[in-house]
Design a protein around this ligand. Structure first.
Ligand SMILES: [Fe+2]
Ligand SMILES: [Fe+2]
Length: 389
């Protein structure tokens, strides 16, 4: 960073998101998955594959993570109780009894949802369950591809070693979420359009650190919080254990991102940092948009346009959605992304109402707590928020 540099001006919302207002429902809904029947999806990967001939131990913190990964492996076929009988409606009903539908029915007066009875809300919960696990599955495949890419593109030997273990972890995650959906739930959903756009952007970017920022810090940071909620809420023993195991891996993955990028970002110019700040904001909004689960409303026969403005304002929903950023914001702060360039990303996170997490624990070391051999609590991760507290 040079003091003679002119201040770097960040891109506008329109340039980054294709809309001026982050809550512009028409614009959010105009992003749709145009080919839900495609079997393969091709994304141009622009990055160089890099060899290194420096095999020295240059980054002991990454090597420590690598050693931890080797002993933290588990087998998705034999370590989980797949013979568990899952009554999906019963599981969903129990969760709804704990936290309601995740939304406040009184908010929906004047919409077609007002007429919904218990049967429709239960069906909505079941669809939401299928949708959520389907998006986990697609996100896991995104992580598999991104981490394979990191093995090729990161110039550091220690990072290549670690990333190779994450490739195996992600394969296992795709395997277990896929199996759970196929054998225990009642339907798949195609990838959400906003998630797809984000994964495409991450894979497409030529800069190796952007893969880390998009996947390890943003997507996996959010996944760790989302898995934590599901893990606490469900009483279904197979899913509870599955998520506990997956989280022990994900905590390492997020740590890998934070530990690696810290070194890189500390030396970056303002312009380079602004590119990363913009990317982090764009990723955060796309993930927020995906959690509006527009496809579930469609499947329930409700026009998403009729309800999404209310969903966006629903206090229960807003609280859950904000909590999903409880890992991302402290990690962005640790990486110096919040306050560079006149606090650019801080202001964007203020606009998204998620800045309150900035001083929560970052996840550079949290993997120790989540490890399967650690004496971790059965319910790990951020606490499920309870309305009124
Ligand atoms: Fe994963
Ligand atoms: Fe992961």
């Amino acid at each position: 960073m040079s003091i003679t540099e002119n201040p770097v001006i960040g891109a506008s919302h329109a340039e980054l998101l294709g809309r001026d207002e982050i809550n512009d429902i028409e614009a959010i809904l105009s992003v749709v998955n145009t080919d839900v029947d495609e079997v393969t999806h091709v994304v141009k990967d622009n990055a160089d594959a890099i060899f290194t001939w420096d095999y020295s131990l240059a980054r002991p913190h990454l090597r420590k993570l690598y050693e931890k990964a080797k002993t933290g492996q588990w087998n998705g076929s034999t370590d989980l109780p797949w013979d568990t009988e899952v009554d999906q409606e019963k599981v969903v009903a129990e969760i709804q009894a704990q936290i309601g539908t995740g939304m406040e029915p009184a908010q929906y007066i004047g919409t077609p949802v007002e007429k919904w009875g218990d049967k429709e809300w239960l069906q909505f919960g079941v669809e939401q369950n299928n949708w959520t696990l389907s998006q986990f599955l697609h996100g896991e495949q995104g992580a598999l591809l991104c981490t394979a890419k990191i093995v090729e593109t990161v110039p550091w030997y220690d990072a290549k070693l670690y990333a190779s273990t994450q490739v195996v972890d992600e394969a296992r995650h795709v395997e277990v979420f896929g199996r759970y959906l196929d054998t225990k739930l009642s339907g798949h959903y195609p990838i959400n359009a906003h998630l797809k756009l984000l994964l495409d952007d991450i894979v497409n970017d030529s800069r190796w650190d952007m893969t880390y920022l998009g996947m390890q810090v943003m997507v996996e940071g959010l996944a760790l919080a989302a898995f934590g909620f599901q893990q606490q809420l469900t009483s279904e023993p197979l899913l509870k254990q599955l998520l506990r195991y997956v989280m022990s891996d994900e905590a390492r993955h997020v740590a890998f991102g934070v530990l690696s990028l810290k070194e890189v970002y500390d030396g970056m110019t303002d312009r380079e940092m602004m590119d990363r700040q913009e990317f982090a904001f764009e990723a955060a909004v796309r993930m927020r948009d995906r959690f509006l689960s527009q496809e579930v409303w469609d499947r329930m026969g409700i026009n998403p346009k009729d309800v999404l403005p209310l969903v966006l304002a629903d206090p229960t929903r807003v609280m859950f959605q904000q909590m999903l950023f409880s890992k991302i914001v402290p990690n962005c702060k640790k990486l110096g992304l919040l306050d560079r360039n006149d606090k650019w990303l801080r202001h964007r996170f203020e606009e998204m109402n998620v800045i309150q997490f900035e001083d929560w624990e970052d996840t550079a070391e949290e993997y120790v707590k989540f490890a399967l051999d650690a004496d971790a609590p059965a319910d790990a991760g951020p606490r499920v928020p309870v309305a009124g507290q």
